[in-house]
Every structure is written in structure tokens, then in C-alpha cells.
Design a binder for this molecule. Sequence first.
Ligand code: NAP
Length: 307
Amino acid sequence: MSILYRSDEARGPAWATYFAEHAPDLDFRVWPDAGDLTDVEYLIAWQAPPELLASLPRLKVLFSSGAGVDHVDFSKIPDHIPIVRMVEPGIINGMVEYVSLAVLALHRDFFDYIETRPKRIWNPLEVPPASARTIGVMGMGVLGQAVLARLATYGFDLRGWNRSPRRMEQVDSYAGADQLQPFLAGCDMLVCLLPLTETTRGILDRRLFAALPKGAALINVGRGGHLVDEDLIEALDACHLSRAILDVAEPEPLHHEHPFWTHPRIFLTPHVASMTQPETAAPILLENIRRHQRGEALEVIDRSRGY
Ligand code: NAP
């Protein structure tokens, strides 16, 4: 029984080492050292090109090596193959760290001090208590909930928006398109942690920004496709939004001439908010494979919803 890993090359050996130690009965192969493809029953991949899928006649499950599956073309994956995304502590912790850092840096005016430092201006800004800042998180899934739980420890005023109603302690919950406007109306900082689907593509647009209070900041850690780039620039230049922290872009890498590189109130990172960590992800993959071997159900992607 074989597993083929076809994802980040640098991290391949760490996955292989884990499987060699903990599941010596499984033949774990790292691309391009794939051996006889007709043996492969489980594929763990970021991209699963149709040519590769066509050469895996015994494939039983496709595991995405990342938390999102928006890059997977479902139409190219035979219907009988379940798709399972990666939910693992390393991804969750990374996202919690990144969003906490972004929220705290905005809350404590770090970007203002970075800007004024070259001018040698000693100008202490008044800091409101965390409870006076409202942080809104779009998408109360695995990551959104973990982020909200951590932000609660700092005492921020919290709200979340989700497709279906989600209750969480210390968080005001909003659900569905009807409650989007009231949700946005109170957010001093807006965090996007939605999956990218047909419904959410371009959701961070002019209309949404107009519904935020003047001076609000955006943190986009979802996908670049959520954001309408020119609408963000317009909202920043009109001083309706104060700042944006963007970890994702479309396309990635962002092309050299894109205005996000030079905009003074955009802080850009190259899709590093969180990454699958082999140390914590390999045990999860192994557990899922064992579960599948025992005939137990896996938590699979709903292809009709797109996540
Ligand atoms: P998840 O557990 O599947 O949660 C997604 C949440 O979004 C669900 O609660 C879902 O609501 C909600 N949702 C979906 N469509 C919606 C809509 N149209 N309106 C309102 N809410 C909607 O996903 P996750 O693990 O939290 O990850 C979220 C996203 O983070 C991923 O898809 C990926 O794009 C992004 N991500 C980014 C990085 C990075 O490094 N920047 C790393 C990992 C993940 P229901 O439960 O009601 O369906």
C-alpha cells in the first residue's frame, strides 16, 4: 500500500522520516521518486495535475497538503475520490500568531512609529484599552475560531461573521448575507479568514469597505482572490481605511509593478501566515489513512460548497 507525497520539496524528507518511524508497513514515497504509480492509493499534494491523476488508477483519497482547496480543480478529480484538506495544529498556531501580531501591531500603532522614526519624532500616541477596539473576523471556521479565542485573551471586543450561525463565548456572532452590513458597521479591524469560493471571490470590495467605519484596518489572510485590489487602494487613498496587512495576493507571487509593493499604508507578506508543519501534520495524515483503512468516515470537502 503506497502513499505519494507531491508537495513542498524541502519538507518531503521530514514527512518520509515520520512515516518510516511510525508506519513502516506503509510505503511512503516522495515525488519525484514515485516508483510504480499504479500502486499508489493515497496522494498528498498541493496541486494534483490531471496527468498525474490519470496515472494513479488505484487512488483512493486525495489529501490536500494545505488548509484551503481553492487551487484544486474539482472537475478534474473523479467523483469517487474524496478530497480531504489539512487541518493540523501547526497551521492553526501559525495563523493565530500571525493575526495576533497584526492586530496587536495595529492596536499599538507600530506602523505609525515605523513611519515617523526616520524623521526622529518622539510622539507618544494615546492607546485605547483593547476592550475599546472591535475586531471582526469573517469566517468562523477552524482558523477563525482559533484566532478569535486568542484575541479574546487580550480583551478585545470581538465579533465574527459566518455562513451558518456559530456561537462562541465572548464573541458577537453574525451570520449570512443579511447580517454582513451590521457586522461590518462596528469593526475597527477586519480579518478575512474565509475560504475562496464562487460566493466569496471579490467580497472585499468597495461596497464592503464603505460599510466599515472610517479609519478601519483590513487584515487579509484568506486568499488574494477575496480582495478587489483597486477598491482597496481607493479606500486607502480616500483615507476611509487606515491600513491593510495582506498576506495573500492574486496572482502569487505578486508581479513587480503592482501598487501594493509601494503603497505606504499596505504591509505585505508573501503568504507566510501559516504553513503545514510536517511534525504536526504527518501524524494527522497517518491517522486519516488508518481511519480510511478501517473503513471509517473521513471529513471530506463538500465539492458543491467549494470548501
Ligand atoms: P474552514 O474551517 O473550512 O472554515 C471556513 C469558514 O468560513 C466556515 O465557518 C464557513 O461557514 C465560513 N464561510 C464559508 N463561506 C462563507 C460565506 N459565503 N459567508 C460567510 N461565511 C462563510 O476553513 P479554515 O481552516 O478556517 O481556513 C479558512 C481559510 O483560510 C482557508 O480556506 C484558506 O483560504 C485560508 N488560509 C490561509 C493561510 C495563509 O497562510 N494565509 C493558511 C491557511 C488557510 P460554514 O461553517 O457555515 O460553512
